[in-house]
Design a protein. Structure first.
Length: 317
C-alpha cells in the first residue's frame, strides 16, 4: 500500500496476495516486496504490477537491491538474485535451512543467517561459500556490515561481532532474553532491542554495554537512529530515547501490537500497528496523522512490516 506522508491519504493498494513480514523496498520508480507466494514489483505511481516471481517458500524478508539486482531469502532456505527491471531470476541458491532475515550484500559478498544459527558469507558472482560462523541460537535478524565487521543478533540472547575476513567472532554481548531483531549501527555504537524489555547500546569496537533502558513490553523490532535520538517500539508503544544516555524523551501509545520497526523521514516517525499507520512528530512525540487501513493486506490482517518512505510517499505491507 502507498500513502501520502501528508496527510496520509491512500494513493493505491494491492491486496491480490497476502503480504507477510516483508518490508517494501523502493528503487527509482519501482517498489518491490515479498509475500507468501513470491516476490512482486509495482510501479510506484499507480501500483501497477510490473512483474512477479514465484518462490519455493514464503518471502518474508525485505529485498536488498544492489546494482539493479534484488536479493531475497525465503522460508524454504533459498536465496534469490532477481533482475529488478523485469523480474528475471539470475540465480537461486538452495541452503536447505529456513531464513527469516534479509540478506546483506557488500562488495559482491552476501551475508545471511539461518534458523540453525549459522551466518553465511557467499560470493554473489560464484555463489560459493566463503565461510560459515555458528551462533548458539537461531538467527532471525539481518546482518549489518560495517568496514570489516558483521553485527548480527541470535536467539541465544547474544549480539555477535564477526570478522568479514574469516568469520571469526571478535566479541559477543548478551541480554537477559532473546534478541530477535536486527542491530543498528550508528557513530561507533550498536543499538539493539531484546525480549528482556530493554533497548541496549553497545560499543561497536569492544562490545561493552554503554546503557540499557527498560520499556513496557518486549521488543521484536529494530531500533532506528536519527540525529540524537533512538526510536524503538515495544509491543504497544513507540519510544524516543536519548542516543548517548538512553534517557526517555517521549512515549507514544499505539494501542495495538507492533512488530515492525519505526522509520524516520521528514521530521516524522512512521510505524504500523495492527491495521493502522501512524505518523508521529519525531521531536515532540505528538500525532501528525493516523490512517486506519481497510481490508486484509496480510494473512493476519495486521501490519507486520516496517514502513518505507520515498519521495513523499509511505509504503507499507
Amino acid at each position: 500500500m502507498a500513502a501520502n506522508k501528508r496527510p496520509g491519504n491512500i494513493l493505491w493498494k494491492s491486496s491480490k496476495r497476502r503480504w507477510e513480514d516483508s518490508s517494501p523496498t523502493v528503487i527509482g520508480d519501482t517498489v518491490i516486496a515479498g509475500s507468501k507466494s513470491g516476490i512482486y514489483a509495482f510501479n510506484v505511481a499507480d501500483g501497477t504490477r510490473r512483474w512477479q516471481l514465484q518462490t519455493d517458500g514464503a518471502a518474508t524478508t525485505a529485498p536488498m537491491v544492489v546494482d539493479g539486482t534484488a536479493y531475497m531469502a525465503d522460508t524454504s532456505g533459498s536465496i534469490y538474485a532477481v533482475d529488478l527491471a523485469d523480474g528475471t531470476k539470475q540465480w537461486q541458491l538452495d541452503m536447505d535451512v529456513a531464513m527469516h532475515g534479509s540478506p546483506t550484500v557488500v562488495d559482491d559478498q552476501l551475508y545471511v543467517g539461518d534458523m540453525d544459527g549459522v551466518l553465511h558469507k557467499v560470493d554473489v558472482e560464484t555463489r560459493e561459500s566463503q565461510w560459515e560462523c555458528e551462533a548458539e541460537g537461531a538467527i532471525n535478524s539481518s546482518p549489518v556490515v560495517v568496514d570489516e565487521t558483521v553485527y548480527v543478533c541470535a536467539k541465544d540472547s547474544t549480539l555477535y561481532a564477526i570478522s568479514t575476513d574469516d568469520g571469526t567472532v571478535e566479541w559477543t554481548a548478551s541480554a537477559a532474553r532473546s534478541m530477535n531483531a536486527s542491530p543498528t549501527f550508528y557513530d561507533d555504537m550498536v543499538y539493539v532491542g531484546s525480549m528482556d524489555n530493554e533497548v541496549h547500546a553497545f560499543d561497536a569496537e569492544t562490545g561493552e554495554e554503554q546503557w540499557a533502558t527498560g520499556v513496557r513490553g518486549t521488543i521484536q523490532s529494530t531500533p532506528t537512529v536519527a540525529d540524537e535520538a533512538v526510536y524503538a517500539t515495544s509491543v504497544r508503544e513507540l519510544y524516543a530515547l536519548d542516543r548517548d544516555t538512553g534517557e526517555k524523551q517521549w512515549t507514544y501509545s499505539l494501542k495495538g501490537s507492533v512488530s515492525g520497526s519505526p522509520t524516520v523521514a521528514g521530521g516524522n516517525v512512521y510505524i504500523g500497528s495492527e491495521n493502522t499507520v501512524f505518523a508521529i512528530d519525531a521531536e515532540s512525540g505528538e500525532k501528525a496523522w493516523v490512517n486506519r487501513i481497510g481490508g486484509r493486506l496480510t494473512s493476519t490482517g495486521k501490519i507486520k512490516s516496517s514502513p518505507t518512505v520515498a519521495d513523499g510517499v509511505v509504503y507499507v505491507t
